[in-house]
Design a protein. Sequence first.
Length: 274
Amino acid sequence: MADSQSSAPLRAHADAPASGVIHVRTRHTANFTVLSNRLAQRAGSAVTVGVAAYVLSLPDGASIRIDALCAHFKEGRARISAALNELEAEGWLERRVERGPGGRIVTRTFVYDAPGGAEREARHPAEVPAAREVEPKPEPEPKPGPGPGTAPDPRAAAVLGSLRHRDRRLVLSERETATLAPAVAEWLDRGVGPHEIAEALTSGLPNPIDRRPARLLAYRLAALRPPVPADAPTPTRPIPFQDCDGCDRPLRAPRPGRCRDCRREAADPAPLAA
């Protein structure tokens, strides 16, 4: 039986440490990933470091959705999701909700091999992202919704009610639902489907959310409002009311003037008495 072969050196170098790890280096010219010691030696969860190393090794365009990561790792959705949130909080990963071709809402994920705005600017000045949309400051207050007793659009209410199934933090009160419903209805009227709206409102949320989620949802609904479809009919304004210059009768007319009866009387005056 042949002896097993090993690539490890038979003896340690004279200057090798007496204990602990001894590196056996191999020069890589292909199929390798540069990983900073700051990330590789990160204290805390080994899952977070493993997910980061795997994501950094993927080519541009590869999916890193939780389902795709769970298909690769043995850990469950909760641990994978927690790892992504930790990487985002530390600046290794950034998820942006943007409008793609044809007005479709998409989530783009940017992965950095070194976190921090200063480091990004030094390496890629043209690629420094703007302030993150997921935690806007200041946030505008939600616009007043329908008055008391006015039921919100049922389509919009259904979309808002579904958000808590995607993120348990997005539980809205009845008043908040009524306030946000008109903006959601506007998205629906502009051709955006319920699933796309929910994706735009829940992708890349900050962790934690330190205020009522309705304010953050109101910001996204306003900032990402879709354009009016090119084939949408142009709204027409109703003809305004005017007061007749002859008899003060109200009538619809584009400009001030006389009503039909006063114009007829002016054109055909009564005959003079004999």
